[in-house]
Every structure is written in C-alpha cells, then in structure tokens.
Design a protein. Structure first.
Length: 133
C-alpha cells in the first residue's frame, strides 16, 4: 500500500489517517504547492486499513442522509465589519461568550508570525498561550 487515496485530488489533507495510524507509519508531507498529503512508510504499515476507514473522502455517504441548515450573521457595528475577515461575526460572538463566563479558543500569530493557539475570555481566565510551533 503506497497511498491512502487513489487520486491526489481525492485527499482533503485533513490528517485523519495520520492521526489514527497505530504504527505511526503515515507522515504528512507538503507537495510543490505546500499542501500536505499523507505518505505511508510501507515498512511500518501493518495493513490494518484504519487510514482508509477514517478517510472522509472514501466513506461515500449519501448526501440525502444529512439534514442541512444554513446560517448567516454579521456584526451590526460597521467598524467591526471593516476590521474583520468573517463579516464581523466572531467578535460579537466572542464578547457574548465571554459575558456568559465562557472561553474562546482560537489561533493567532505571535510577533514572529508563528501560529499560536490561545484561550481567552471568562472572568478568571486571562489570555493564555497554549501551543506554539
């Protein structure tokens, strides 16, 4: 077995196969455009097929089985919308969650433009950097 997928365009790069492999035989490698694809080390693979079983593109679930709903939202404050890439939806939602005592988890860039994961919000939880790569 060389690939989880039969055609490269059938891989969505979700890393589910990489995460489920019990032998760590799968690594995620970037292609020439920087998109990650699974590469299987055949010498480590035990042929359990968990990678194929977990792959969302290989499940072929009929779309009729899913009830679909769509929601649209945006901030009312134009200054929030103009600074946002999401229509200003996240800022008021985060404010509301924080006022309810909840926390917001997300990713942002640090001063060196590296992605860091943060938790913020809630009365007793300051902004906390939890992961950096």
């Amino acid at each position: 077995m060389k690939n989880v997928y039969t055609k490269k365009e059938n891989c969505c790069g979700c890393t589910a196969c990489y995460s489920i492999c019990p032998k760590h035989a799968i690594s995620m490698k970037p292609d020439q455009e920087g998109f990650l694809y699974p590469i299987i080390d055949a010498s480590e693979c035990v042929g359990c097929d968990l990678c194929k079983k977990v792959c969302p593109t290989q499940k072929n679930m009929p779309l009729e089985s899913f009830e679909r709903h769509g929601y649209v939202s945006r901030a009312l404050d134009q200054s929030v919308v103009s600074r946002s890439t999401s229509g200003g939806f996240v800022s008021p939602l985060a404010d509301w969650i924080s006022k309810q005592g909840g926390v917001i988890c997300g990713a942002t860039y640090d001063k060196n433009f590296k992605v860091v994961h943060v938790i913020s919000g809630g009365a007793s939880i300051p902004r906390l950097k939890i992961c950096s790569k």
